[in-house]
Ligand binder design. Structure first.
Ligand SMILES: Nc1ncnc2c1ncn2[C@@H]1O[C@H](COP(=O)(O)OP(=O)(O)OP(=O)(O)O)[C@@H](O)[C@H]1O
Ligand SMILES: [Mg+2]
Length: 207
């Protein structure tokens, strides 16, 4: 089973947006996807409640109760939505569950400052150093042609972690989420441009 952890201790970085969309992509590809929701706020679980029956199925469980309790059997992909403030043992445990780790980062000074120490910790993790766990960054809510994107790129270049893509700041994400949907559940005519931005991310997930 593949497992992807979406994590950044900074609140509002885009973790749940990224988790649900990664889950949506995998479900669309025919995987049996389960979201492990580590957040006390259970946002991903709330989102699943809105997801219509006819859409590619995604299941979920409250991963705070442990990794096996309540987890649906027979899934082929696990996406873990981490909470803000994750650290210490909780972070180590989550990293242990994952073979891939996605870190959404927004191009603001506050976000970058809050993410810096976390990224230093992550690259020091044994599994990451030994390349058992692969870590990559996703720039969130940013147009790659802007000065803020250049600033973010300079910041991220210190970590020797791949920056997979830049996802735009667009109402597509919150609008889809409000209906229990992802980018991959919408008409391609509405999402063509953003799907192009997803391609490198999708390739990394599949690799
Ligand atoms: N690319 C985007 N374009 C527009 N809005 C976005 C984008 N990514 C995230 N958002 C919005 O930003 C807000 C925060 O995103 P999200 O809830 O995914 O972050 P989070 O890291 O899970 O937050 P928390 O730390 O509270 O769990 C949400 O309202 C979401 O709809
Ligand atoms: Mg969240």
């Amino acid at each position: 089973m593949r497992s992807i952890l979406v994590v950044n201790p900074k609140g509002g970085a885009g973790k749940t947006t990224l988790s649900t969309n990664v889950a949506g992509y995998l479900a669309r590809e025919g995987e049996r996807v389960v979201i492990g929701d580590l957040d006390r706020q259970q946002s991903a679980m709330a989102w699943l409640d809105f997801r219509a029956e006819h859409l590619p199925h995604i299941s979920g469980f409250d991963a705070r109760d442990g990794w096996d309790k309540g987890r649906p059997k027979g899934s082929t992909a696990l996406v873990i939505d981490a909470p803000a403030g994750i650290h210490g043992k909780g972070l180590s445990e989550a990293l242990k569950q994952a073979d891939k780790v996605l870190v959404p980062v927004q191009p603001s000074l506050f976000d970058m400052a809050a993410t810096e120490e976390f990224l230093r910790l992550v690259v020091e993790e044994k599994a990451v150093r030994k390349q058992k766990t692969f870590v990559a960054l996703v720039a969130m809510r940013v147009d790659p042609r802007t000065r803020t994107a250049a600033m973010l790129e300079r910041f991220l270049s210190h970590f020797e972690l791949p920056v997979l893509t830049y996802l735009r700041d667009t109402q597509i994400y919150p609008a889809a989420a409000a209906e229990g949907k992802t980018l991959f559940d919408l008409a391609p005519s509405r999402t063509r441009r953003e799907l192009e931005n997803w391609q490198p991310l999708v390739d990394w997930i599949r690799a």
